[in-house]
Design a protein around this ligand. Structure first.
Ligand code: UD2
Ligand code: MN
Length: 310
């Protein structure tokens, strides 16, 4: 391999470290191909890609998507003290997130005057949408589904092709680009990618509409990222919102609020692309050997200090 200098025999053993093989044949021709990752599974049982570093060529992917002149809506909630996370979130997004694409950030907050002014690159815009505060973090987190649903109806549907809905208490650390685009995109939660499904914290009470039986479930998906075509995410948020409200009518709140409803939805509506935990890490968690690049990671926060309730 002319990039990482692996020899042919070691390539057969799949020890090429750069994953992108450049082999020069005896006649001097260069051949390019991808060396599959052998340490991680890069496809789901329903044949959706699981995006890991080394399974895609970012240059090739940009060449496909950039000419489409796509617009990516990006929703982020900063309610109450969570406004303090916005600056780092936005500044790091400008460096790493969908660089070269049109991005429309929708910032939802009850403190519009505290939204920092961050220099945005060309083609990128930010709108601030006022939402009510709450004295329960569970409600703030869960109401995201309803607010995203109504904002898609009123605005995003007209403005964007794709949408990503992200947690604000996070920073981007490396490239997050068009390899993440798909019809319906979810991310494997970093805390559970090495666990068997009986350990997943799905909602286990049959009375809840988020219920998943012990012998079902593919992955445990993180609630901090959902994405895809605007219409597919619209349906997801609408269904999750309705089920959340149905549960509330029966005095039930799922184990992990909207994350539980999201997991239930994705069990029966499989994502067309799954992002590896590179796309949702947590700063308190030591990097594991499968994770070659941390792209987006939740910062360490003092829950008692930032949330309205504990
Ligand atoms: C890694 C991951 O998948 N995290 C999920 C997890 O984490 P977290 O512990 O990361 O939840 P969190 O406190 O970050 O709350 C989720 C999001 O709601 C917003 N927020 C929350 C509280 C508040 O006072 N103000 C405010 O704006 C904010 O955008 C925040 O990023 O569980 C939550 C709810 O059960 C969500 O499913 C999160 O997405
Ligand atoms: Mn979070």
């Amino acid at each position: 391999c002319s990039s990482c200098k692996s020899t042919l025999s070691s390539l057969y053993d799949l020890h090429c470290v750069c994953f992108l093989l450049t082999i020069t044949t005896q006649s001097g021709r260069s051949l390019f191909c991808f060396c599959r990752r052998t340490d991680v599974v890069a496809v789901t049982p329903w044949l959706a890609p699981i995006v890991w570093e080394g399974t895609f060529d970012p240059v090739l992917i940009d060449n496909i998507y950039k000419p489409m002149n796509l617009t990516i809506a990006t929703t982020v909630f900063a309610v109450g003290k969570y406004v303090r996370f916005l600056q780092d979130f936005l500044e790091t997004a400008e460096k790493h997130f969908m660089v070269g694409f049109n991005v429309r950030y929708c910032v939802f907050t009850d403190r519009p005057h505290d939204v920092p002014s961050v220099n945005l690159n060309q083609g990128r815009h930010l709108s601030v949408i006022q939402v009510p505060g709450s004295n329960r973090w569970q409600e703030i987190s869960a109401r995201r589904m309803e607010i995203i649903q109504t904002t898609i109806e009123h605005q995003i549907r007209r403005e964007a092709d794709y949408i990503f809905c992200l947690d604000v208490d996070s920073k981007f650390h490396a490239h997050w680009g068009a390899e993440s685009l798909g019809r319906l995109v979810a991310v494997i939660h970093p805390g559970y990618y090495e666990q068997t499904r009986d350990r997943f914290p799905y909602e286990r009470r049959p009375a809840s509409t988020a219920y998943i039986p012990m012998d079902e479930g593919d992955y445990y998906y993180g609630g901090a990222m959902i994405g895809g075509f605007v219409e597919d995410v619209y349906t997801l948020t609408k269904v999750c919102r309705n089920k959340f409200e149905e549960d509330a009518g029966n005095s039930l709140e799922a184990a992990w609020q909207e994350e539980s409803h999201l997991n239930r939805y994705l069990l029966y509506n499989k994502p067309s692309k799954v992002l590896s935990p590179e796309y949702l890490w947590q700063d308190f968690k030591a990097k594991t050997k499968e994770v070659k690049v941390i792209r987006f990671s939740g910062v360490i926060k003092n829950y008692a200090e930032v949330r309205p309730n504990v």
